[in-house]
Design a protein. Sequence first.
Length: 147
Amino acid sequence: MQQTKKQVRLRKELKPMDNPDDYEVCIRHSPIHRYGLFTLIDRKKGDLIVPYNYTPDMVMGWLDFKNKYNGDLSYSYSNKRKWQVINCKEKRNLVCFTNDNRPNHNCELKAYALYAIKDIPAESELTLSYAHYDPRDYIKKKIVNSL
């Protein structure tokens, strides 16, 4: 599939580690929050969509991450059971572009991969339910900052 100039520019700006074309997904502006991950093909419940790729240098201790980034969990995966964070702020895997859309999410993250939890039509945004994030906090912060 041929990428447009806008898609190439967006890939450079957002720094994904993986080529979205390899998984038949794309990164676009999202009506939920900034950018989102969208499927280009129909997905069936249980389909593996993309792996959660990362390199060993991206794994940080929870306290080191919290001190360095002031607890900002954007573009990260928190594994509090191991007191670790996979930091994807510089090298972003595709899963980092999934937005929280609870209770209407259509994917889940398990075994370091993104899976469909229901049938998903082509051109749909792929979404999760973040365990560590409450979207109401983001909305409150946005309202306060706009005053």
